[in-house]
Design a binder for this molecule. Structure first.
Ligand code: C6P
Length: 417
């Protein structure tokens, strides 16, 4: 028998301990070894609750949204829009300030395209040296098109942002400041509220790339004082193909749409069109409906577990991992040693061994890590590194996983000895 749509979002189960039980894939054998999944910055594994919410949607409620008058379409619309409210509440935003996109990349492209329309020659856009390509390339393109100037906040020797330099770089010509809240390479957590105040003092907008922070930290857009926040569902236990752009209502109201087509319009004639209200003005075409429902289930899963508990768990693991990794001769951590301003992302180099070789040999042990430039080539060139090996942890990782990594790295060193 079909469930009512509102049961989709409400049926998420209280946390089962240990949390690993919720993630079926973690039982998988890779090369005969139990999977040790340490590539959570790339994407996270999905709890049963998310898989069940999406299966339930497809089995009982699948229809297009905002179009049909029939029951199934109304149920799909209700579930989709309820998901938006769950996500809005999660980050302290309002319903109409949450735009569903494909992910962080699309959210940032939306901003570059839409805010870019209003830029004038000579206007300045300020980024940081630790940005992912998604928060560099769209701005480079707009800067070229509009003859604007790109500037970068440099790093300190501690792999944090140099705020004193930021205060000088951000000036009356600055229109946009766009920075990551947590670096996907260094793990550094940036002082967003301080940057927001610096940006607002010169009437610039502050955009936050939350791809790595929203899954791991309690994030509240009011407390951050940011104007926009971009993040991806798949990095927080949700499915791929869904992400979020939060924007302050007043700013979104004054922005032009990014994509044009069905659903984002109010009226269309042969010569002209007018736009739908927020948030649908920015959602052209059939959206990722099941994915939005899956993301809401992921948010509920994280809320049930507790974002504070995630912070606490990852802090303990970070202290443990930093200590254990420091026992490996020839291993250099590329990131801060201070627990206060870093997440559970560990980039490192191993003397004389390429990061791709490290990843490949670890894979033989069932350990998944990422090697290379991590889509942050400018940062790598700034650090004068060809790449790093990166282990990134999440709520289901344990000290045992860190031990497996350390044992695996010692094996890598033996292969190259
Ligand atoms: N970083 C990593 O392995 P998408 O691909 O749109 O979901 O997210 C892009 C993105 C934007 N900003 C930051 C800080 C990111 O870390 C990412 C994704 C992955 O580090 C894949 S390259």
């Amino acid at each position: 028998m079909a469930m009512k749509t509102n049961e989709i979002e409400n049926k998420s189960v209280p946390t089962i301990v240990p949390v690993e039980e919720d993630f079926p894939i973690l039982k998988t054998l890779i090369n005969g070894k139990k999977l040790v999944y340490l590539d959570n910055s790339a994407t996270t594994q999905k709890p049963k609750q998310v898989i069940a919410a999406m299966t339930h949607f497809y089995e009982h409620c699948n229809a297009n949204v905002h179009r049909g008058i029939y029951t199934l379409s109304r149920q799909a619309t209700e579930a989709y829009e309820k998901s938006r409210q769950i996500i809005a509440d999660f980050i302290g935003a309002s319903f109409d300030e949450i735009i569903f996109t494909k992910g962080t990349t699309e959210s940032l492209n939306l901003l570059a395209s839409s805010l870019g329309k209003k830029l004038q020659p000579g206007d300045e856009i300020v980024l940081s040296e630790m940005e992912h390509h998604s928060n560099i390339v769209p701005w480079q393109q707009i800067a070229k098109e509009k003859k604007c100037i790109l500037k970068y906040i440099p790093l300190t020797a501690e792999y944090t942002l140099d705020l004193e330099k930021a205060k000088k770089i951000i000036n009356s010509k600055t229109k946009i400041v766009s920075v990551t809240q947590m670096s996907n390479v260094l793990g550094t957590i940036n002082p967003i509220t301080e940057l927001a105040r610096i940006a607002h003092a010169v009437d610039a907008v502050l955009i936050v790339d939350g791809a790595q922070s929203v899954p791991h930290l309690p994030v509240n857009v009011q407390e951050l004082e940011c104007d926009f926040l971009a993040f991806s569902g798949h990095k927080m236990g949700g499915p791929t193909g869904i992400g979020v752009l939060y924007g302050k209502r007043k700013l979104l109201e004054n922005m032009e749409p990014f994509l044009y087509g069905g659903d984002m319009i109010r009226e269309v004639s042969f010569d002209n069109a007018s736009w739908n209200e927020l948030p649908w003005k920015f959602e052209a075409g059939t959206p990722s409906i099941a994915q939005a429902i899956g993301l809401a289930a992921a948010v509920q899963y994280l809320q049930n577990y507790g974002m504070d508990k995630i912070v606490e768990h990852e802090k303990k693991l970070t202290a443990y991992a930093l200590q254990k990794l420091s026992t490996i001769p020839g291993l250099k951590i590329i990131g801060s040693a201070h627990l206060d301003n870093r997440g559970a992302i560990f980039s490192f180099t191993l003397d004389g061994i390429h990061s791709h070789d490290v990843s490949e040999i670890l894979d033989r042990e069932g350990i998944a890590v990422r090697g290379g430039h991590h889509c942050a080539m400018p940062l790598m060139s700034r650090l004068q590194l060809p790449g790093t090996t990166r282990a990134s942890l999440y709520l289901y990782n344990t000290e045992k996983d860190v031990d497996a990594l350390v044992t695996g790295l010692k094996k890598v060193q033996k292969v190259f000895a």
